[in-house]
Design a protein around this ligand. Structure first.
Ligand SMILES: C[S@@+](CC[C@H](N)C(=O)[O-])C[C@H]1O[C@@H](n2cnc3c(N)ncnc32)[C@H](O)[C@@H]1O
Length: 324
């Protein structure tokens, strides 16, 4: 069974262990804290109910965003073999489970300092996948990574770097890049501030010798205007529990996210990245693309048979190879 289906069932089971009212209050408080708290490195998940509320209300979306990012890693580097994964700020295991949807890692280490999050994460990662390897959970602070932290082919920090203070972030970034043998994956919410965080990280990682191969066609001289920010969207189906916790009747929500894929060896980035959902009119599709040459508006008409057919399959966030 795909990890996602198992995961949804396990999240329901986890939530059942807590009174719904307490979970709802905790979910509301968590959202507020994540939106407004000054980032000082202080914990934002405070207890077991918070952790269960995070798993039930946020994890479906963080899993979906990480799933899209690991799918892009697979698309961009189909030949690469990855044996070991290190997930820092692993929380309840969303990034690990998303990574396992796409790659058969042989060893997985999840590093998390909040015991309540790790407790749920341990259970979810042990049960969500039939073929998962043993997953080793380490209780540690990633601003003070233990000397014996294992290196890994892929290191991922999902929705975690933004919790650090500005001063703590740069040394952690360097350490995570050092620990990654092949690829470092960063995922954050798709907000202007987290776009800035990832822009700064991209520049620093290039300075450290890394190759940013997604989403940017060219990491230097980002062509986005100052009032725009690079983000993508995944649609997440909402369960009844999800709707009860977060309110509203919509059967889905759209999770906006930003990300970076950075390698140690060069990997060719795409030459164009679709920035907005294509505008489709009869016989004509308009694409807004980020390219090495800047932001480009490209129109495909029905008479351009192959290009039109390909454009019909494109969505925001997809990479394309532009003809010279
Ligand atoms: C928003 S959650 C994200 C969890 C998971 N990666 C996901 O995508 O759903 C951030 C996690 O990072 C953890 N975290 C934040 N700062 C940390 C630190 N300095 N050391 C270890 N874990 C940390 C928090 O405890 C929390 O579980």
């Amino acid at each position: 069974m795909p990890i996602q289906e198992n995961l949804w069932a396990l999240l329901q089971e986890t939530a059942k262990q807590y009174p719904l009212k307490a979970l709802k209050t905790a979910a509301e408080n968590l959202i507020l804290r994540y939106r407004t708290a000054e980032r000082t490195g202080e914990a934002l998940v405070l207890d077991e109910t918070d952790a269960a509320a995070y798993a039930a209300s946020r994890m479906p979306a963080t899993f979906a965003a990480c799933n899209a990012v690991f799918r892009e890693l697979k698309n961009r580097a189909p030949e690469m073999q990855f044996d070991a994964l290190l997930d820092v700020g692993a929380g309840t295991g969303a990034a690990t489970l998303a990574a396992l949807e796409h790659f058969p890692f042989k060893t997985v280490t999840c590093l998390e300092r909040a015991r309540a999050m790790a407790k749920i994460g341990e259970r979810l990662t042990a049960n969500a996948s039939e073929n998962a390897p043993d997953i080793h959970w380490i209780s540690a602070d990633f601003t003070r990574l233990p000397e014996n932290t294992p290196r890994a082919d892929v290191v991922v920090a999902a929705y975690a770097m933004n919790e650090l203070s500005d001063t703590a972030r740069a040394p952690v970034l360097k350490r995570l890049f050092d620990l990654s043998n092949k690829v470092l994956v960063l995922v954050e919410s798709g907000t202007p501030s987290q776009h800035c965080l990832l822009r700064a990280a991209a520049e620093e990682l290039v300075r450290l010798g890394g190759f940013v191969f997604a989403p940017c066609p060219a990491v230097r001289d980002c062509p986005l205007p100052a009032d725009d920010w690079c983000h993508f969207t995944v649609r997440v189906q909402r369960s009844r529990l999800h709707r009860l916790l977060k309110g509203g009747d919509a059967p889905f929500e759209d999770e906006k996210f930003s990300y970076l894929l950075v390698s140690k060896e060069p990997i060719e980035p795409v030459s164009g990245r679709v920035l907005r959902h294509p505008t489709v009119n009869p016989g004509r599709i308009d694409l807004k693309l980020c390219t090495k040459e800047g932001i480009l508006l490209k129109t495909c008409t029905r008479s351009q048979k192959a290009a039109f057919k390909a454009a019909r399959k494109l969505g925001a966030g997809d990479g394309i190879q532009l003809e010279n």
